[in-house]
Design a protein around this ligand. Structure first.
Ligand code: KIV
Length: 269
């Protein structure tokens, strides 16, 4: 199992890969493919829980899904997201929720959507031995304040993101997700920080990339403009489910191969 040190050591040496997963079979595929980190993201709200944002996702939901991902993962570093209001209100609750992901579910690190209010928390958690992945730019938990739009597009916004990135590095974050910001801003932040930056919609110059697994495999109704679909699992599911329906309706399934007869029961039935 890699540690956050191994991830840090890769920065600037070779690209770091990260994908989200929310269940054991998906995590096993991602892990076997040699992806460096698996994020149990609160994107599960849209991706698998049927919500239209990440806001309703609970600490219990993240914890349960983190456990299933950890049980299926041998090599990748598992990072658990803290959901909306799972941190940021008071430090004790945040420490308890973060600690739960490591102590009870076996995650190796936590991610928090960051801002001025998470600098101190990042320091507290890091000092306690909880590795923190910070997250700046588009932070979907702020949808009610910011909407779902590109961030860092003016000089003031860009300066603020750069400043926050440095403050989270100084506070002990082991890496930083940069979401939906201009590539040139992401390149500058990456050059100015020692910790690895992981981009999503932030161009090619970050130390690594992350995408939501549903977007990568083609499972879902909608994908953001910066995501790329590498497969079409949805159409394969549709094909399999339709074939199952057809064979049950035509009484082709189950056939002899999928049934068995117990000779001793012949006299009874
Ligand atoms: O929740 C999530 O999946 C994320 C990634 C998109 C970075 O925060």
């Amino acid at each position: 199992m890699p540690t956050v040190r191994d991830i840090r050591a890769k920065a600037g040496e070779e690209p770091i890969t990260m994908l989200t997963a929310y269940d054991a079979p998906t995590a096993a595929v991602i892990d076997e493919a040699g992806i460096d980190m698996i994020l149990v993201g609160d994107s599960m709200g849209n991706a698998v829980l049927g919500y239209d944002s990440t806001i309703p996702v609970t600490v219990d939901e993240i914890a349960s899904r983190t456990g299933s991902v950890v049980r299926a993962t041998e090599d990748a570093l598992v990072v658990a997201d803290l959901p909306f209001l799972g941190f940021g209100y008071d430090e004790k609750t945040a420490v308890e929720n973060a600690g739960r992901m490591l102590k009870e579910e076996g995650a190796s690190a936590i991610k928090i959507e960051s801002g001025p209010h998470t600098v101190e928390l990042t320091e507290t958690l890091s000092n306690l031995g909880v590795p923190v992945m910070a997250h700046l730019g588009l932070t979907p938990q702020s949808v009610n304040q910011l909407g779902h739009v590109r961030q860092g597009t003016t000089q003031d916004e860009a300066d603020e993101i750069l400043d926050l990135a440095k403050r989270h590095e100084d506070a002990g974050a082991f890496s930083l997700v940069l979401e939906h910001i201009p590539s040139n801003l992401a390149a500058t932040i990456t050059a100015e920080l020692d910790i690895p930056t992981i981009g999503i919609g932030a161009g090619p110059d970050t130390d690594g990339q992350v995408l939501v697994i549903n977007d990568v495999i083609g499972l879902g109704e909608w994908s953001p403009p910066f995501a790329k679909q590498f497969g079409n699992v949805k159409s394969e599911m549709e094909r399999a489910v339709t074939a199952y329906r057809d064979e049950v309706e035509s009484e082709e399934f189950p056939g002899k191969k999928h049934s068995h007869v117990e000779d001793e029961l012949d006299g009874v039935y």
